[in-house]
Design a protein around this ligand. Structure first.
Ligand code: XBP
Ligand code: MG
Length: 252
C-alpha cells in the first residue's frame, strides 16, 4: 500500500490534444517556410507519432524518403522554426485543455499532492501551453517541468521520469503517471510507475496491456460519462476521474 504523493503529467495528448492541430500544423508551416515540398497529413502524422521528439521525427521522415537529407544543424534550425510557429498557434488560444484536466490538477494540488510534468516536448513549447492554456500561476504550481532534451533518451525510455522523480525527491512507489500514448505508458512502466492512460484520436487503438486504468478522458461531472477501456483495479465504471480513483489505484 503506497500513499499517492506525486502526479507526473505528460503534456502532448494528455493535458491537451496538441498533436493534430498544434504540432502537426506547426511542422507543416515550418516546412513551407523552408521551401520543402513536404506536408504531413493527419494519417501520416499519426504514423510518425511512433517516433517521439520533433527533431527525431524529422530525421525519421528523411530516412524514410519523405524529405531530402539534411544535417543535424539544419534539422535543429527547421525544428526551431516549427517551435516558433507552435508557440504562435498556442498563443492564439487554438488548443484548449482536455476535459477534466484543470479540475483534476486543482483537486490534487489542493490535496497537497505534488504536480510535475514529464514530457518529450521542447521546453519553450511547454511554456507556451502553460501560459496560454493553463495560466501563468502553473509555472509555480508545477514542482518540476521536465521536458525535451534535458535527458539524452526520450520516451519510451524512462529517463524523463527518473529525472523528474530525482528532482522532486519522490520514489516510484508513491508516484503516478498520467499518459495518453503507448510510448508514454512504456516510459512510465520502465520507470516503475503506475500509470493512468487517457486516450485520444491518435492513440485509442494502441496497446496499453498492463496499464492501471485506460479511459477516454478524465471527464467532467456535468458531461457524459467517460468510457472505461481497462480497469484492473475495479473502479467500477467511474463517471469521471477524480483523486479518490487515483488513490485507489495506488492501493490507498
Ligand atoms: C510528445 C512528442 C513530441 C511532440 C513534439 O510525446 O512526441 O515530440 O510531438 O514536440 P509525449 P517537439 O506526449 O509522449 O511527451 O517538436 O517540441 O519535440
Ligand atoms: Mg503524450
Amino acid at each position: 500500500m503506497n500513499e499517492l504523493k506525486c502526479l507526473l503529467w505528460d503534456v502532448d495528448g494528455t493535458l491537451a490534444d496538441t498533436e493534430r492541430d498544434g504540432h502537426r500544423v506547426a511542422f507543416n508551416l515550418a516546412f513551407e517556410e523552408a521551401g520543402l515540398a513536404r506536408s504531413w497529413d493527419e494519417p501520416t502524422y499519426g504514423e510518425l507519432l511512433k517516433v517521439t521528439g520533433g527533431k527525431e521525427r524529422i530525421r525519421f521522415d528523411i530516412e524514410h524518403g519523405g524529405m531530402p537529407d539534411m544535417s543535424d544543424d539544419d534539422i535543429a534550425r527547421l525544428h526551431a522554426r516549427k517551435t516558433k510557429r507552435y508557440q504562435q498557434l498556442i498563443a492564439e488560444g487554438r488548443i484548449p485543455l482536455r476535459p477534466g484536466v484543470r479540475r483534476l490538477l486543482e483537486e490534487t494540488c489542493d490535496a497537497g499532492i505534488i504536480a510535475g510534468v514529464a514530457t518529450t516536448t521542447t521546453p519553450s513549447a511547454l511554456d507556451a501551453l502553460i501560459e496560454h492554456s493553463l495560466g501563468r500561476e502553473w509555472f509555480d504550481k508545477f514542482a518540476v517541468l521536465a521536458a525535451g532534451d534535458i535527458v539524452p533518451a526520450k520516451k519510451p525510455a524512462p529517463d524523463i521520469y527518473f529525472y523528474a522523480m530525482e528532482h522532486l525527491g519522490v520514489a516510484a512507489e508513491e508516484t503516478l503517471a498520467l499518459e495518453d500514448s503507448c510510448n508514454g505508458w512504456k516510459a512510465a512502466r520502465a520507470a516503475g510507475l503506475k500509470c493512468v492512460v487517457t486516450v485520444n484520436g491518435y492513440t485509442r487503438n494502441q496497446d496499453f496491456a498492463g496499464a492501471d486504468l485506460v479511459v477516454s478522458g478524465f471527464g467532467e461531472p456535468e458531461d457524459e460519462p467517460v468510457k472505461v477501456m481497462s480497469d484492473p483495479h475495479g473502479l467500477k465504471d467511474p463517471h469521471h476521474i477524480e483523486l479518490s480513483h487515483l488513490r485507489r489505484i495506488m492501493g490507498t
